[in-house]
Design a protein around this ligand. Sequence first.
Ligand SMILES: Nc1nc2c(c(=O)[nH]1)N[C@H]1C(S)=C(S)[C@@H](COP(=O)(O)O)O[C@H]1N2
Ligand SMILES: [Mo]
Length: 413
Amino acid sequence: MSLDRRRFVHCSLCATAGSWLLQACGESMAVPDEGPVDAGGSPDRGAGSACDDAFRGGTLIRTVPFVGTRDTRFHTKLGRGWDGRLYTDLSALTDGSLLVDNERFYLRTFDPDGIDPDLDRVRDWTVRVTGMVEEETTLRMADLEPLVRDQGAHVLECSGNFREAGFGLLSAGTWAGAPMSDVLDSVRPLPGATRVMVSGFDEHSVPSVGGHSTPGAEWIFTFDQLRETGAFLATRMNGELLPPDHGAPLRLYVPGWYGCTCIKWVNELRFVDEDEPSTGQMREFASRTHQLGVPTLARDFRPASMDQSAMPVRVEQWEVDGAPLYRVIGVLWGGSRPVQDLIFEAEGDVLTEEPVEVCPPMTQNQLWTLWQHAWRPTSTGTWDLYNRVDDPDVRTFRLDRGWYGRSVVIDAV
Ligand SMILES: Nc1nc2c(c(=O)[nH]1)N[C@H]1C(S)=C(S)[C@@H](COP(=O)(O)O)O[C@H]1N2
Ligand SMILES: [Mo]
């Protein structure tokens, strides 16, 4: 078993178990703080036809399925309450369809049945502003509405995204919402207040099976983290009012951070100081957001930002000039600046590494960028596919550990 293959097997456990196992894979856990994430970029055009040269005049034979994916029903609501999931089929991403509509956008936790069904959420929802403030107040949607503006297209990923579900806990959409910086400006914190705990409604009548999800959805941020990421309280998604399952009427969105920080059904902003303990939600997601252990204080959590990530989402078998040629299509997302040096790694009998020409190039980090690669495997059999970024200045915590590795069986070369 080669080193890389072992990396794959190890980390497939990590991704599913998502606990201390990850740390068994990680050698160096010391990761510096992430800088600000660009806000306001525009959707990328994706892999355009100008990049299809290697396949021009060829014939598409078939789409090669990924192995090791459970028989997942995509775009279907599965389970209930906290355990409610909807997995997005990423293989459908193509030129010009980089956004996922609201019915297909991944779900992690369904609309809580503890919310009064007769409540008019837009009219009567309240957000309490509490803790270390000069005066505790209550915000209504009508107070936030004047602050709402377009926030552009962003990708959202569950930190517990995993191979067996086709990495379908990942989607992208356009958002509108009230900037947290404006909300912070409207509050007078007491001296000593340095952080905000954002809480969301989280009462479901059916407990999580096996206690996978613990009640309470709260994440604590420094004021600077909320300002610098361009965090906002989202009211709209893909041009529509936020759907109930996505947190209606109000959810936090933290560009560039994992979904577990993007609290849905927000109902409280609590101002706290440096001694505030971490929340149950933060502890539940500590390993999946690559913390050092499970810090007991909020201040010892590092930003739950997404490092630069990449993976194949579709492999097509073509016949070009009488010979098989494989078109590997993938996405690049996360990170804090566009990368130029993407590598495609295929590990079968041999390990091959080939530079990927991302075309059109990656220009922003908010939305994913499509890439494609013409691949000629040297032998039939099982191949494990990975990406790597050939730039020591780009942090790739998960890529380094094979998190997004995927496998295909090649039967013609
Ligand atoms: N109140 C509340 N907010 C929550 C959660 C939750 O269980 N309860 N799950 C979080 C997690 S883990 C993720 S990945 C995202 C998922 O958002 P989505 O279902 O809109 O895609 O919501 C986050 N916000
Ligand atoms: Mo998540």
